[in-house]
Design a protein. Structure first.
Length: 254
């Protein structure tokens, strides 16, 4: 494992393999929960955090971490999918974490993708974040186009929870979780960039060569809404956990 400082408050940790990746990320979560048993965690879905969640389940089963007072907020949910739908993010979270540790169901929050008034649902989610937040540690993945949550390129940094039309590239990337591309919802409800930036600490996770360009642009490029994750350059406490392929375009490593 190698650690680099891009600047004060923006550190990059390059891990050797998948096991090291999951274990280092889980260390950050467990350390926080040990220090602050009622911590608020911001959670992501997708492929990248799967190893982290599996590691957290393992540590919970070994009695090393207690989630009984932890509160969680997920970044996003597909519009039109009920929380019981197998491809909904609520189901993903239940399958990989919520049902396998002692998180209380009432302490786990996701926006509802089936609310009749989705914008009212977005406002409800923001109000809840304000009431129970700030998030102590926000876990993020990153899209190949540098999206964070479902904030696609062009989303203002001032955005809060909102309804988005997914881009063709995101629909394509996410179709791997569905029987066919046609089944991928066309919209999602997502936390905005301003909501993400309010977290006390952010841990951005990225694996694989497909993320290398997004990681370079986000950490070393210009801060611009065209590269949503570049907003993290304005945050005071970001830890980026990457494998070697995802780190391969960073000039700081050359
Ligand atoms: C998921 C999310 C997305 C993913 C991103 C990367 O809640 O908000 O931004 O983090 O699309 O997805 P994976 O990890 O599948 O490459």
């Amino acid at each position: 494992m190698q650690r680099f400082r891009i600047r004060e408050g923006l550190d990059v940790v390059v891990v050797e393999d998948d096991a090291g990746f999951a274990s280092f990320a889980a260390d950050q979560v467990c350390q926080l929960v040990q220090e602050k048993p009622d911590a608020v965690l911001g959670l992501a879905t997708g492929s990248t955090p799967l190893g982290l969640y599996a590691e957290l389940v393992k540590r919970y089963e070994a009695g090393l971490v207690d989630f009984s007072q932890v509160r969680t907020f997920n970044l996003d949910e597909y519009v039109g999918l009920d929380g019981d739908h197998p491809q909904s993010y609520r189901q993903y979270m239940r399958q990989h974490l919520f049902d396998k540790v002692n998180l209380r169901p009432e302490n786990t929050h996701l926006p509802s993708g089936t609310a009749t008034d989705l914008w009212a649902e977005a406002a409800r989610y923001d109000a809840l974040l304000k009431e129970l937040g700030p998030i102590d540690l926000q876990i993020l993945g990153i899209g190949e186009n540098a999206h964070i949550a479902f904030n696609e390129p062009g989303t203002p940094f001032s955005s809060r929870t909102h309804v988005v039309d997914l881009t063709e590239s995101t629909i394509e990337a996410n179709s791997r979780f569905f029987a066919s591309r046609d089944e991928v919802p066309r919209q999602a409800i997502t936390m905005g960039i301003a909501s993400i930036l309010e977290a006390r600490h952010v841990m951005l996770l990225a694996q694989g060569i497909k993320k290398a360009e997004a990681i370079r642009l986000s950490l070393e490029g210009q801060t611009t809404p065209e590269v949503p994750a570049s907003a993290l350059q304005t945050h005071p406490s970001v830890l980026v956990v990457v494998d070697k392929p995802a780190a391969s375009q960073l000039t700081i490593l050359r």
